[in-house]
Design a protein around this ligand. Structure first.
Ligand SMILES: [Zn+2]
Length: 291
């Protein structure tokens, strides 16, 4: 099972003026509020509600905690929480994340992202939901050595940011990066990867920069979808809240997010037309347990 989490990508309408995805022809992120697909290799796209019956605009800390635990974290706090999880959310992630639950039952899990030496030298006071989840579950975090051995990826998947930061690493094409991720997916019961330059671009990028981020991401995702053995393994691509799909609005949106599904997990979608963020983790766990 491979889960790719893309921060800040909602389902917008296919409007050339506001949605960067409507400015090129995405092969995988070909999912709009007014047109769901077609997707390669019999993939399915369902809208996922990220608002979760809690007033206000969806945010990262609560959205990601909900996605990874299946518990409505925004409802728990009574509000959508931006940025990094607070102690209450970290406790929830430690107790109830899909990684904690799967690890307890001896399933193998890999968080495919790479952490730099700086993270271990001076651990940041605030960490993302994914980091909190992995630490809470006692999962080993990948280092630059793992990346150099092609066992993990950096958050931009090309390694350009690492290289610019002075690290001696090879620059990977979208195809090479996808090969690394697909191989990890075959070696673990659950492998997951987080990409958040989409949310960053949604906050700060120009329309041209946003289009570039999404077209490069789409190419990477296309090679991942192409490389997966979908008779054996499933692939899920989703997000925590909207942002980059609407360049005409500043910041996050209240749009649904895309739920993209390939492989055996698709069987669970029969009769479903729209999900909410609490339903993704249980579906992934069911799929892994039934294998
Ligand atoms: Zn954001």
């Amino acid at each position: 099972m491979l889960l790719i989490f893309i921060d800040g990508l909602g389902l917008g309408v296919s409007d050339y003026a506001c949605n960067p995805l409507a400015r090129f022809s995405p092969r995988v992120l070909n999912c709009f509020a007014d047109r769901l697909g077609p997707l390669p290799r019999n993939g399915a796209c369902l809208p996922i509600d990220a608002c979760l019956n809690v007033p206000g605009v969806p945010q990262s800390a609560t959205g990601q905690t909900t996605l990874f635990t299946g518990v409505n974290a925004a409802d728990l706090l009574g509000q959508h929480l931006a940025g990094f999880p607070n102690q209450e959310l970290k406790d929830l992630l430690r107790r109830e994340s899909l990684v904690s639950r799967l690890k307890k039952e001896s399933y193998s899990v890999n968080f495919a992202n790479t952490y730099t030496p700086g993270f271990f030298k001076e651990r940041p006071r605030w960490v993302s939901a994914t980091t909190a989840m992995c630490e809470g579950a006692g999962l080993r975090l990948n280092t630059l050595d793992d990346l150099l051995a092609r066992r993990s990826l950096y958050m931009d998947f090309t390694n350009r940011l690492l290289s610019r930061g002075g690290h001696q690493v090879p620059i990977w094409s979208a195809t090479e990066a996808a090969e690394v991720l697909v191989r990890q997916a075959t070696e673990y019961d659950l492998c997951f990867y987080e990409y958040f330059l989409s949310d960053l671009a949604g906050h700060r990028g120009t329309p041209a920069e946003n289009e570039k981020v999404l077209s490069e991401l789409d190419e990477f995702l296309f090679h991942v979808v192409s490389g997966m053995e979908l008779d054996k393994g499933s692939l899920v691509i989703t997000s925590d809240h909207g942002n980059i799909e609407d360049s005409c609005l500043p910041g996050h949106t209240m749009n649904d997010v895309p739920g993209l599904f390939w492989g055996p997990i698709r069987d669970q979608l029969d009769g479903m037309h729209r999900l909410d963020l609490t339903q993704v983790a249980p579906m992934i766990e069911t799929c892994i347990r039934e294998r």
